[in-house]
Design a protein. Structure first.
Length: 127
């Protein structure tokens, strides 16, 4: 984990000071909240932050405005079997439901009737 320190001085003690947190550190703090058993309040207190600030950073990550680091430890795999049908069938949107691919904390939902080639390309991209 990268080190972050702040120098506090007595200058302008009456004015409120907003801290500037680097995006990398924000991402590491958010990633800590996603670990099993961790809570936003606990992680925020450990870093001297308000829980609502960490929650705002989590929202930024969920909206794609903050890129999280790759998870530590073992990778998680999801089994997915793609097979060509024996006989050609109608693969229109009404023929099948939507596909969800879950990898860790990320879920990708594909449109109803996605082709096996599209599903396979998404799986390859997530690998």
């Amino acid at each position: 984990m990268s080190a972050y320190f702040e120098v506090l001085t007595n200058e302008r003690a009456t004015q409120r000071r907003n801290r500037k947190w680097p995006d990398e550190l924000k991402a590491e703090i958010v990633a800590e909240t996603l670990r099993p058993g961790a809570t936003v309040n606990e992680v925020a207190a450990r870093h001297g932050l308000q829980a609502n600030q960490v929650s705002a950073w989590r929202r930024m990550a969920r909206d794609g405005r903050l890129v999280l680091p790759a998870p530590d430890g073992a990778m998680e795999f999801v089994s997915l079997m793609v097979a060509t049908p024996d006989a050609p069938t109608d693969t229109g949107p009404s023929a099948s439901g939507s596909v969800e691919i879950a990898v860790g904390a990320v879920t990708v939902r594909l449109e109803p009737g996605a082709s096996p080639e599209r599903i396979a390309s998404v799986v390859r991209a997530l690998a």
